[in-house]
Design a protein around this ligand. Structure first.
Ligand code: NAD
Ligand code: 2YH
Length: 259
């Protein structure tokens, strides 16, 4: 599984603001409005305890401080615990945190201590990027393409099926495709086929996953994938609105999900 690097997290607030402008232009809503719509919740200055975790590959420089930036950006009362791991968890709970944020190499969770709700980053990221793609103002139909059906993409595809879109999807893994067809009812998409979409959710860890034959001239590509799957020249030749950011949008989705 891909781990974030400190470089991914540089200039995070600027990246969020830039993406928020694109989202507003493309959907008429900002990221907070989109999260409110998905979960029917609001944030109200909750106290957030951020616990650094040392297991596996250990602490990622900038990770906890980036989570603090995000909580503050959304008007919450965030604090990184002085100690990591179990001692840090004890510290956060003892200081009466409403929400705990913590991640190891496999899972990143938000846990609301007051109402018991728990959310994972992969599901919340898939759901919010899918919702952004699905709200494209210039979409010409209900057809939407999902590229990559891993932990993030599968959750995104499931959300879009529930929202009644015509969900086409592609993943090179045959078993994954079969599971998504059976469980979700996605329409298998062949990347060699010429079918152009105006809404695309890309959720792979690979570059150049989007080809010219997939994107309509006016298109929204919504992608949490690191690195970006949209080749620069395709973005430039077509009028593509690109939403892509390494952490904040997914974390915003987690915070609203547990309210
Ligand atoms: P995953 O490994 O569970 O799934 C990736 C899927 O992509 C796999 O099913 C794989 O078969 C598929 N894939 C690979 N190449 C492909 C191609 N060319 N076309 C179509 N599908 C292809 O990964 P994940 O946990 O779902 O994460 C996906 C990406 O999202 C990663 O880059 C991860 O780092 C990133 N991510 C970003 C955020 C964020 O906030 N931006 C949050 C979580 C994950
Ligand atoms: O980046 C990750 C993993 N890819 C899991 C996220 C699931 N989408 N984890 C972050 C690890 C942070 C580290 N333990 C720290 O600094 O606390």
């Amino acid at each position: 599984m891909a781990l974030l690097t400190p470089q991914d997290l540089e200039g995070l607030t600027k990246q969020l603001e830039c993406n928020n402008n694109t989202i507003k232009k493309a959907t008429g809503m900002d990221i907070a409005d989109i999260c409110k719509q998905i979960y029917g919740t609001t944030l109200d200055g909750e106290k957030v305890g951020i616990v650094p975790i040392t297991s596996g590959n250990g602490i990622i420089t900038n990770f906890s401080s980036s989570l603090l930036t995000i909580t503050e950006y959304f008007g919450l009362d965030g604090a990184v615990t002085e100690h990591p791991d179990v001692t840090g968890y004890y510290e956060a709970v003892s200081s009466d945190a409403d929400i705990i944020l913590m991640a190891d190499d496999h899972i990143f969770i938000a846990h609301n201590m007051k109402n018991g709700k728990i959310a994972t980053n992969h599901v919340c990221t898939g759901v919010v990027y899918a919702e952004i793609a699905s709200r494209y103002k210039y979409a010409d139909s209900k057809d939407i393409l999902v590229i990559g059906l891993g932990r993030v993409g599968y959750a995104g595809a499931q959300h879009l099926v529930k929202r009644d879109f015509d969900v086409y999807a592609y993943d090179p893994d045959r078993e994954t495709m079969e599971k998504a067809r059976k469980e979700l009812g996605i329409i298998p998409y062949d990347p060699e086929e010429e079918h152009k979409f105006s809404m695309v959710l890309e959720a792979t860890p690979n570059p150049n996953t989007i080809s010219e034959g997939m994107v309509a001239e006016r298109c929204l590509v919504s992608t949490p994938g690191i690195p970006c799957g949209l080749p620069e020249d395709i973005g430039e030749r077509n009028e593509i609105d690109l939403v892509m950011e390494p952490l904040m949008i997914g974390v915003a989705s987690m915070l609203y999900a547990v309210m």
